[in-house]
Design a protein around this ligand. Structure first.
Ligand SMILES: Nc1nc2c(ncn2[C@@H]2O[C@H](COP(=O)(O)OP(=O)(O)OP(=O)(O)O)[C@@H](O)[C@H]2O)c(=O)[nH]1
Ligand SMILES: [Zn+2]
Length: 197
């Protein structure tokens, strides 16, 4: 099961709904007013949707579409949009992931790379771990000659609250195998910053 569906476990919805109702009461809201009445249920469903990644098997996603192919050049999928929740404040961070790998006998279905990003992004995360989760899963499952992941993101917990910086962005990266060589890494970095489409 690795499609993101609007399907909710009734028991989980009920449990979360009760907690969200408590939160609304605590912040001084009238939980019976029209606009808010259904909010605990909506929030319970939204939280389940945003954390669906826990139930999914990322390796199975890649294994479903691995094809034998004698292609030994770099494959880059860039600008994969992502939305996640920071594990510290439960506030969103969002941005783009760029992924590259150099095949080693097998290529993977292109759509599986954004799917992999979503499986790990739809868990409570820090950007560093999200980057490593993606990197290590590709490395372990596809066993490529090299793999690289770069994530650029903005964190609402740094924008809407806390330090309140509106223009900072965070970049994280990980490189394995041939991407540890500076020329290969530079080729990847050049490709993701180029305006190609
Ligand atoms: N390294 C890392 N830190 C993150 C990420 N998301 C949020 N944080 C940080 O987690 C830290 C939690 O720090 P605390 O001091 O415990 O929490 P806080 O008092 O709410 O911190 P402030 O955000 O500075 O107000 C903050 O510095 C956040 O900016 C992430 O993806 N990676
Ligand atoms: Zn945060």
């Amino acid at each position: 099961m690795y499609k993101f569906k609007e399907e909710y476990n009734l028991e989980v919805t009920d449990g979360l709904q009760e907690k969200y109702q408590g939160i609304l009461e605590r912040i001084g809201e009238d939980v019976n007013r029209e606009g808010i009445e259904k909010t605990p249920e909506r929030a319970a469903k939204a939280m389940q949707f945003l954390t669906q990644g826990y139930k999914m098997d990322p390796e199975a996603i890649l294994k479903k579409a691995m094809f034998k192919e004698d292609y030994n050049e770099m494959v880059v999928v860039k600008d994969i949009e992502l939305y996640s929740l920071c594990e510290h404040h439960l506030l969103p961070f969002f941005g783009k992931a760029h992924i590259a790998y150099i095949p080693n006998g097998h290529i993977v279905g292109l759509s599986k790379l954004p799917r992999l990003v979503d499986v790990f992004a739809r868990r409570l995360q820090v950007q560093e771990r999200l980057t490593h989760n993606i990197l290590e899963c590709i490395n372990k499952t596809l066993k490529p000659k090299g793999v690289a992941v770069v994530i650029e993101a903005e964190h609402l917990c740094m924008m809407m609250r806390g330090v309140q910086k509106q223009n900072s962005a965070t970049t994280t990266s990980g490189f394995r195998g041939q991407f540890q060589k500076i020329e290969t890494r530079n080729e990847f970095l050049k490709l993701i910053s180029a305006n190609l489409k």
